[in-house]
Design a binder for this molecule. Sequence first.
Ligand SMILES: *[C@@H]1O[C@H](CO)[C@@H](O)[C@H](O)[C@H]1NC(C)=O
Ligand SMILES: *[C@@H]1O[C@H](CO)[C@@H](O)[C@H](O)[C@H]1NC(C)=O
Ligand SMILES: *[C@@H]1O[C@H](CO)[C@@H](O)[C@H](O)[C@H]1NC(C)=O
Ligand SMILES: *[C@@H]1O[C@H](CO)[C@@H](O)[C@H](O)[C@H]1NC(C)=O
Ligand SMILES: *[C@@H]1O[C@H](CO)[C@@H](O)[C@H](O)[C@H]1NC(C)=O
Ligand SMILES: *[C@@H]1O[C@H](CO)[C@@H](O)[C@H](O)[C@H]1NC(C)=O
Ligand SMILES: *[C@@H]1O[C@H](CO)[C@@H](O)[C@H](O)[C@H]1NC(C)=O
Length: 394
Amino acid sequence: MAFIKYALPVLAAAQAVFAADCGDGDTITISSQSDLDSYNTCETLDGDVEIASSVSGAVTINGVQRIKGALTCTGGANITSFSAPTLETIDDAFHLDGLTSLTSLDAPELTSVGEIDFTAIPILQSLGFSVTSASSVSIVNTGLTSLSGISLTAVGSFIITDNTQLETVDVNSLKNATNLINFAGNYDQLEISLPNLASGTNLTIRNVSTVSIPSLTKLEGQLGFWGNSFSSLSAPNLTETGDLVLEDNSRLSNLSLPVLETVNGGFLITRNDELNTISFPKLATVTGAIDFSGGFDSASLPSLQNVRGGFNMQSTGNFSCETFDSWKDNTIHGTYKCEAETSDPTTSDGSSGSSTTTSGSDSSTTDDAGVLTAANLPVMGAAAIFGVLAQFAL
Ligand SMILES: *[C@@H]1O[C@H](CO)[C@@H](O)[C@H](O)[C@H]1NC(C)=O
Ligand SMILES: *[C@@H]1O[C@H](CO)[C@@H](O)[C@H](O)[C@H]1NC(C)=O
Ligand SMILES: *[C@@H]1O[C@H](CO)[C@@H](O)[C@H](O)[C@H]1NC(C)=O
Ligand SMILES: *[C@@H]1O[C@H](CO)[C@@H](O)[C@H](O)[C@H]1NC(C)=O
Ligand SMILES: *[C@@H]1O[C@H](CO)[C@@H](O)[C@H](O)[C@H]1NC(C)=O
Ligand SMILES: *[C@@H]1O[C@H](CO)[C@@H](O)[C@H](O)[C@H]1NC(C)=O
Ligand SMILES: *[C@@H]1O[C@H](CO)[C@@H](O)[C@H](O)[C@H]1NC(C)=O
């Protein structure tokens, strides 16, 4: 690396020689289209390829089939199109950040990428590739209207946030994910379909209008739904998950988890104002706390055998605490509270359980002990605190 740095300014002609070597593992910096053209006899480029932010207009990588490293451009605000007609493989990340003029991304042969990592590409509307292998995907603040171009059967993390034009996501092929799948802040009518996703680690969904997870059977980590506009949520095959959170889904009226047996963590339902009926017919074990608040008139947990944390159930509605009262010394191991027809239902940490009641502990302040309440935490944090509370209750 050091040698190239010193040698290049001295021997401008040496560039061609290095180019003919097609890289030697060091970073190849591209400052112009002609720099790229000097590599067009290379089938493989050995090293990371960095496109300088000063490059402008159309960028084309000709001839190259594989980049044995990452392909990166950060801040190339004047690049309008990017094409790589022969490129098949990028071993490491394909990282584009701040390409604010990019309207076209065309790499028809590209199928295998180490990671897809796109940020701040606000006017790019579609992906001109068909990637079938990538260990992780992060697409943040782009103009994409769909994710067609990405069809993976397995992935590590899958982060899709702040894409305000994104109307549909149909990741038909995805069956398993070993890290976080996260959707948030995309187009508010976003429809998500994960028809074949059977297992995963964490799945968090915010601000979507429909979600379809018919095959989901088991999650190792958290399943969370915040701020969505769907009226119906169904996970017909889900038997087991980590923390389970349903918060601020203002239109949710039909929640169906008919075969859910185990929650390995806390189970939080709050501020879903239209949710009138809570019923988990098969739920037997919750290793954290149960914390349900809202306006429901019926709560049915007929199979519940073991709650290792606490139990808090509060509603403006007229549900019956009778069954739960009888459990407080055996089934439920933590602190117990059940209140029907309360004007001010709250979660176990004192946050308002309904977005229509106003009194109670102010959801945007700390409580007397200076402890953060759920609502003033960043959205991810609420569940983390909830997990902590569950542990205290053990
Ligand atoms: C893009 O072009 C404008 C106008 O020519 C220039 O001022 C700006 O510095 C360029 N941006 C980059 C990142 O090169
Ligand atoms: C999902 O992927 C993980 C890690 O590769 C693996 O251990 C697990 O068995 C997979 N699950 C299924 C159902 O394929
Ligand atoms: C749901 O689970 C059943 C029983 O395990 C299985 O036969 C069915 O194919 C699953 N449905 C989906 C959509 O994966
Ligand atoms: C994944 O879920 C676990 C268990 O619910 C949680 O402790 C962890 O913070 C979550 N991680 C992420 C990245 O969401
Ligand atoms: C998105 O969801 C969050 C909760 O996670 C909520 O605070 C926010 O208001 C929602 N945004 C929109 C545009 O609905
Ligand atoms: C609630 O959703 C379930 C599963 O999708 C469905 O079978 C049921 O008919 C729905 N109930 C109502 C009242 O819409
Ligand atoms: C609440 O439910 C009980 C039992 O079903 C009933 O007797 C009572 O009248 C109800 N109260 C109101 C205010 O609806």
